[in-house]
Design a protein around this ligand. Structure first.
Ligand code: ARG
Length: 338
């Protein structure tokens, strides 16, 4: 009973305690899936378990699937620029849903959010799809739940290597390989860029420097129409901490048809546009201590690079107020206790 009271007190006070100890701690989780173990996994299948991809955003137009998106923070979503041909009109006409598993967002966990503003990359080219990315700011910060969580950003200067396998998710076309009324997932390895460029040259399509390819030479597994704007993530762990979290590496952008031989999916690289993201949304710099633009923060040594699922923020009120806060709290309580 007394221990319980102490734990609650430490949780409430942790920010002050750590500040006194010289740390500006406001720990926040990203890339975690609180609901992951609540449902059985479909082994070898393509339909995801509810709650497995809690950063997935569903964008509908007149109730129909338009694109995917990704929750990166309590007030920010990223998506593909080609999904929002007229960004101002898009935020009026389209609906944006978080926490959805069904493609019509009819789940009880789904929440519709309003968009306050949109910034698309200034170098976006609607012909080549170079810099195919927009940043959407929500009107109100979202409350995280088991089904709504932000994904992690990669550490600045890191990229994925050929052969590393990532997971792409979306409600897009399945070409008859399965239902798309529930969120689907597929694992795709990074393809050598020279090889990918060579394959696409046959179609007279060039791969912009902002993009990379992922998929299979023989085809068969790929993202497809309607998946655009959605996430391509990798579970990344650090050797020292044994912790792992999902990191956003790409945004589904384009491909030549879908799942064709020697035509892998082409993804917008998040690492490539991280400087623009941080410049456009300085709030995101605060929660990502590895961002190079955040010199003060990275110099402070607060961030523990051995914990890839940790992000820290110096904004005193930036702690999510729901479950993720509890998880962070639990972690810090354990740390304090041990
Ligand atoms: N451009 C498509 C969309 O708007 C995504 C296509 C991805 N294609 C592929 N073969 N991976 O949804």
């Amino acid at each position: 009973m007394y221990i319980g009271v102490w734990i609650v007190a430490i949780c409430v006070m942790r920010q002050r305690i750590f500040r006194v100890l010289g740390y500006e701690v406001n720990s926040r989780m990203c890339g975690n899936r609180p609901a992951e173990f609540a449902y059985p996994r479909i082994v070898g299948g393509t339909v995801s378990s509810k709650g497995d991809w809690p950063w997935q955003v569903l964008i509908l137009q007149d109730g129909q699937l338009l694109c995917g998106g990704v929750l990166v923070e309590e007030q920010y979503i990223v998506t593909a620029a080609h999904c929002l041909s007229d960004p101002q009109e898009a935020i009026q006409l389209f609906t944006f849903h978080l926490g959805a598993h069904k493609s019509d967002a009819s789940d009880s966990s789904a929440v519709q959010v309003k968009i306050q503003s949109v910034e698309c990359h200034p170098d976006y080219d609607d012909h080549s799809l170079a810099f195919d990315v927009c940043l959407l700011k929500l009107r109100d910060p979202i409350t995280f739940t088991n089904y709504i969580q932000p994904v992690c950003f990669p550490e600045t200067g890191t990229s994925v290597g050929v052969g590393q396998t990532l997971t792409v998710t979306g409600w897009g076309e399945t070409l008859g390989t399965g239902p798309n009324d529930f969120l689907n997932e597929a694992r795709v390895p990074v393809v050598d860029i020279t090889l990918c460029k060579r394959w696409y040259r046959e179609e007279r399509i060039s791969i912009p420097a902002s993009h990379f390819c992922a998929g299979y030479r023989e085809g068969g597994i790929d993202s497809c129409y309607g998946d655009s704007g959605g996430p391509l993530v990798m579970k990344e762990s650090s050797e020292q901490s044994h912790s792992s979290a999902c990191v956003l590496r790409g945004i589904t952008s384009f491909g030549m048809e879908c799942a064709e031989e020697e035509r892998p999916g082409v993804y917008m690289s998040i690492s490539y546009v991280l400087p623009w993201i941080y410049e456009t949304a300085p709030e995101l710099v605060a929660i990502n201590p590895t961002s190079s633009t955040n010199e003060e923060h990275s110099a402070s040594g607060i961030y523990d690079p051995t914990r890839t699922n940790q992000v820290t923020t110096s904004a005193a009120n930036a702690l999510p107020n729901s479950l993720s806060s509890l998880i962070a709290c639990g972690f810090w309580c354990l740390r304090v206790k041990s």
